[in-house]
Ligand binder design. Sequence first.
Ligand code: B12
Length: 219
Amino acid sequence: MTKEEIFERLSFSIVKADKEMAQEAAQEIIKQKIDPIEAIEKGLSKGMDIIGERFSKMEAFLPELMMAAQTFDTAMEILEPEIAAQKKEVTTRGTIVMGTVKGDVHNIGKNIVTMMLKIGGFDVHDLGVDVSPLSFVEAAQKNHADIIALSSLMTTTMPGQREVIEVLKEMGLRDQYCVIVGGGPVNQQWADQIGAEGYGETAADAVLLARDLLAERKK
Ligand code: B12
């Protein structure tokens, strides 16, 4: 099987919620020494986009989304150790508090971003999903974080990202933390609008963004 064929199979396994196919394709990625991150982006996430699109057209329903998410996790169980093995950084580049905002339980993207940031040398405190603005701020204080990273997958929960920034301002803490945002409906324009320090489209972007922001801060 060529690389493209395996990516296609990974994508198809998500759409069909076929765990066995997902596992086999993920194992093929490892066997052929293909970049597992590329496999997530061009295979698994592509499948998620397809099922999401069908859901919005009412051609797929909630149980199918849930099964697709479980299939995604099954493949990640095989790919994640391989990605973790690539970790080269030993020193900590900085501390990040990460979570999905209030009212939002989507965690697949957040988990990938968390994993990539850890591999990129950051100390990441993952607060989980449905996290209130105050919980983000309290966790940032408790862990002496440099960055607060906010994931939101729905237009209806995006305001939760702005709320974190507002709470920081109200508590007189805005200068202490960089805030970065991401997730499906989020873009640079939104980040600018709410006054976040950065936006990243992918998990790889999140790592570059965090590195740049902290390098800038140390100057
Ligand atoms: C899987 C899924 C679910 C699963 C989630 C399972 C889980 N464990 O996460 C379940 C079934 C639970 C679910 C539930 C719902 N969902 Co849903 N879901 C999806 C789906 C199909 C895929 C999301 C996903 O995992 N993508 C794959 C990952 C890898 O991509 P990602 O999350 O975007 O993350 C990447 C980047 O965005 C970025 N990133 C993410 N976070 C961050 C953070 C930072 C700081 C940075 C820098 C980058 C970054 O990096 C990641 C990796 O590269 C999307 C459609 C879509 N295409 O997004 C709909 C979607 C998000 N869901 C939607 C809806 C409506 C719902 C429900 C309301 C449905 C319902 N009627 O109940 C509920 C809401 C529950 C809630 N309160 O949160 C809508 C949202 C529409 C909107 N308003 O904007 C979407 C867009 C589907 C659609 N087209 O209509 N869902």
